[in-house]
Ligand binder design. Structure first.
Ligand SMILES: [Fe+2]
Length: 99
């Protein structure tokens, strides 16, 4: 159901499209943070393990907020790996600058 909040339909679509990109980036970052949490090694293993756990726990709540905001704005929230891969823009950035 489309909300009646005074935003024209075309702009509402634009906003939910952008939020879907944010959402896909959050899920991608969450997944990568879990991977680092599971695979960290070295002398700071326990500190980094805890740090990554703290980060992915924070990401979980922001992911849920974004998904529910998309839904409240009347759009379908993406949820498959194919959809996340199609919408995300952060993996390229992480590969280029951090990994
Ligand atoms: Fe763990």
């Amino acid at each position: 159901m489309k909300p009646r909040i005074g935003i024209p339909e075309k702009k509402l679509q634009y906003i939910t499209d952008l939020l879907s990109v944010v959402f896909a980036n959050q899920v991608t970052l969450y997944t990568k943070t879990l991977k680092f949490h599971w695979n960290v090694c070295g002398e700071n293993l326990m500190e980094l393990h805890k740090l990554f756990k703290h980060q992915y726990t924070l990401l979980e709540s922001s992911i849920d907020e974004t998904a529910e905001r998309i839904s409240k704005l009347g759009a379908k929230t993406i949820g498959t790996m194919a959809e996340f891969t199609k919408h995300e823009t952060i993996a390229w950035t992480l590969r280029r600058y951090l990994i």
